[in-house]
Ligand binder design. Sequence first.
Ligand SMILES: Nc1ncnc2c1ncn2[C@@H]1O[C@H](COP(=O)(O)OP(=O)(O)OP(=O)(O)O)[C@@H](O)[C@H]1O
Ligand SMILES: [Mg+2]
Length: 270
Amino acid sequence: MPAIVFHSQKGGTGKTTGSLSTAAALAHKGHKTLLIDLDSQGDSGRGLGIEPSNDSSIAAMFFDQKSAKDIILKDVRPGLDLLPGSIQLENLEREISTMGEGLGLALFSTALTPVFEEYEYVIIDTRSEPSPLTSAAIMSCNHLVIPTELGLYQVQAMVNTLGYVGSISIALGKLKSVGVLISQYDKTAALHSTFLDIVDSIIRKEGDTKEVVEKVRVPVHRFEQVIRQTKSLDNAAASREDVISHRKNSHGAVDYLGFAEEMKTRFSNG
Ligand SMILES: Nc1ncnc2c1ncn2[C@@H]1O[C@H](COP(=O)(O)OP(=O)(O)OP(=O)(O)O)[C@@H](O)[C@H]1O
Ligand SMILES: [Mg+2]
């Protein structure tokens, strides 16, 4: 049961679109999947037509002593369960900041990770700001996906995200790999192929970002499947549907189905 967290320290890189579409793609392929939203904006659920409510995020497990089973929404799509986000996550973040990182980790290990065992895949969406809940998620998951667009600021944000991951006590965690997922790719844009080469050289630990990548302490790779720039993902979100249910032959659906397949192969050992 691989647990995979999507995180990037830049807003709008495709964390929510990526985690939601990947979870939908895995469920579509017949794998029992849990999607967890750790962002108080609650967009992962919203994108599936489910408005956030205060008593349904993991914050309710902490503040209202609910169990994961009380709040997980079953079969929001065939084979896909959802643990939604809510504004109450802000209070949980503050609580963990006050009481220490251990609280976030304890919440995961006692209340959440036992539930992971009931699924073939667990996918977690995070907010872009560094937060104690995001750190706990990274330490409690097996794999981290960093979605990035191709541009100067975007690639710098990818490096900053790798720096953040390196600063977390990964040695204590379960993380086995970090994978960069290229989002919003346009093969006709010359700058995109230039920045794709730059991303690859950073991952090969070349140049002055070498130390940042070395500090990550688990293997860093780039997924071969790239996600093309496509209106289909915005259209699906506007219809409150995942892109595979919305239009299975669209670029967004085809690319995320391909990404899910690559993930299955790469993470076949957990
Ligand atoms: N491949 C793509 N092509 C075109 N648009 C895309 C693509 N992927 C995502 N988008 C659009 O980009 C916008 C930002 O995506 P998304 O909300 O997934 O990013 P995010 O990283 O979760 O943002 P935040 O940091 O605010 O949580 C959305 O409007 C989404 O539909
Ligand atoms: Mg998001």
